[in-house]
Design a protein around this ligand. Structure first.
Ligand SMILES: Nc1nc2c(ncn2[C@@H]2O[C@H](COP(=O)(O)OP(=O)(O)OP(=O)(O)O)[C@@H](O)[C@H]2O)c(=O)[nH]1
Ligand SMILES: [Mg+2]
Length: 458
């Protein structure tokens, strides 16, 4: 259970985004929530929990009616935060919800910090830390793939997996403790091989989870996919075709694109950040040279590179030099303008990385290119729609790597004939890393990091 002290004051916030809209939702939570509500909506006494009531909302000092709204009371502990909580639906817009919030603050509530409601939910044991992060992903996620992972995580998919692994480590620890308790027995009651096999199995399962981390983390930011190639090779046309809009300027003049152009796109529900760049060539033009410099910076940071070579043109030394320095697992070669020239087998053979032929103008080859991009960026987690837990944050990967390293150290210590009960300190550390991950015992700075990115009212 969380050990941090329970919050004691009453917080209020507008939980919906500002702007024109039919309704807005305000939330009040804390021991004084219902008292605050009564001050702005006298006559709430006797309303049954979790039942909506339409009431006039007044400023507590002037008595002025600000709106009529639907109020629902959620007594502790049966609320999102685990505290007495009230929700008020008012009319939307910029002014009305703000006036009602001002009234709540005048009635004794304090303005909530970003993520403070969910933080309280966590502190009151309503959610674990992984679930709280999933709430943030549900709000911020822009791709179906991240959404599915977040729903799975909110339903404790990842938490349960971590709990199983932690449980297995603790069982191994207790088997060792049991051996220490009966030292006089001739045969150790628990054969070391049994402990070792159990722990090796945990290690394998942690590795399997960690294998999802690089791609799982890309679900949040999108795979940075940079289009590169000589000037006029058709990069901007392909960029536009993948986006489905005429975002980049296309002309027959080599050197048209001068600056990097970035856009987010989801392919089959998976997020990509596409970047169109200036064509790579030696140039005396200062502006173009700066654009090429920007392209090189993007290329250095890219998760994937789409390298464009026109069909019917044999790859040059510059193309070959570029491709020789690239990881084939993160590079797609595209033969562009395939409507103008068929790709010759000889051209194909000239480069080691298999290519995809496309004609951006006609859309041919684009499905095959999309498939290739999906496979390269997310191949390990494709076709697993929300069924298996995924590691989607660096925080998770760090804790799991820590647990993995401690378990590996335990096994290495056994190999070196270190007594099991001494080696077991590594198991304690591994279990601790997994407890941190779920948030069984968590220090404040971790909480600040997890909840700091939330929006107000959540
Ligand atoms: N027929 C045909 N023409 C294409 C195709 N793709 C691009 N083009 C033409 O090729 C020329 C260059 O296209 P861009 O997309 O601007 O090429 P780029 O690589 O972005 O060029 P820079 O920005 O100068 O580096 C334009 O005249 C396009 O219309 C295609 O699939 N078929
Ligand atoms: Mg261009």
């Amino acid at each position: 259970m969380p050990i941090s002290p329970l919050a004691s004051d009453t917080i209020a916030a507008i939980a919906t985004p500002p702007g024109r809209g039919a309704v807005a939702l305000l939330r009040v939570s804390g021991p004084g929530a219902f008292g605050v509500l009564r001050r702005i909506a006298p006559g709430l006494d006797g309303i049954p929990p979790r039942t909506q009531r339409l009431v006039a909302l007044r400023h507590p000092e002037t008595g002025e009616v600000l709106d009529r709204g639907l109020v629902t009371l959620f007594p502790a502990p049966g609320s999102y935060t685990g505290e007495d909580t009230a929700e008020i639906s008012t009319h939307g817009g910029v002014l009305t919800p703000q006036l009602v919030l001002d009234a709540l603050l005048a009635a004794g509530a304090r303005a909530a910090e970003p993520g403070e409601f969910t933080r309280r939910a966590y502190l009151n044991g309503k959610l674990d830390l992984l679930q709280a992060e999933a709430v943030a992903d549900l709000i911020d996620g822009r791709s179906r793939a991240l959404h599915r992972a977040a729903v799975h995580q909110m339903e404790r998919g990842l938490s349960r997996r971590i709990e199983e692994l932690r449980g297995a480590v603790i069982s191994a620890e207790s088997l060792i403790a049991y051996s220490i308790d009966f030292p006089e027995e001739d045969e150790p009651p628990v054969p070391p091989e049994r402990v070792r096999a159990a722990v090796a199995d945990v290690l394998r399962r942690i590795e399997a989870l960690l294998a999802t981390a690089p791609e799982g983390e890309l679900l949040r930011e999108g795979a940075l996919t940079v289009l590169a190639g000589r000037p006029n090779s058709g990069k901007s046309s392909l960029f536009n075709a993948l986006l489905g809009t005429e975002r980049a300027i296309v002309t027959e003049i080599p050197g048209t694109t001068r600056d990097a152009l970035e856009a987010s796109v989801t392919l089959d529900g998976y997020p990509f950040r596409l970047v169109d760049t200036a064509g790579l060539r030696d140039t005396a033009d200062r502006v173009e040279g700066m654009g090429i410099e920007v392209a090189r910076r993007y290329l250095a940071a890219a998760d994937l590179v789409i390298f464009c070579i026109e069909s019917g043109r044999e790859p040059g030394d510059d193309d070959r030099a570029f491709l020789a320095g690239r990881d084939p697992a993160r590079t797609v070669v595209v033969r562009t303008k395939s409507d103008l020239h068929p790709v010759e087998a000889a051209d194909e053979a000239a480069i080691a990385i298999p290519s995809v032929s496309i004609a951006a103008t006609e859309g041919t080859g684009l499905p095959a290119l999309r498939d290739r991009l999906l496979q390269l960026a997310f191949g390990h987690i494709l076709g697993d729609p929300g069924e298996a837990p995924l590691v989607t944050r660096e925080r998770h990967a760090r804790a799991l790597r820590h647990a993995r390293d401690e378990i590996a150290s335990f096994i290495a210590a056994l190999d070196e004939q270190v007594p099991m009960e001494l080696a077991a300190t590594h198991l304690r550390a591994a279990a601790g890393a997994m407890e941190d991950l779920i948030g069984a015992v968590t220090v404040d700075d971790v909480l600040d990091r997890v909840f700091g990115d939330f929006c107000v009212g959540k």
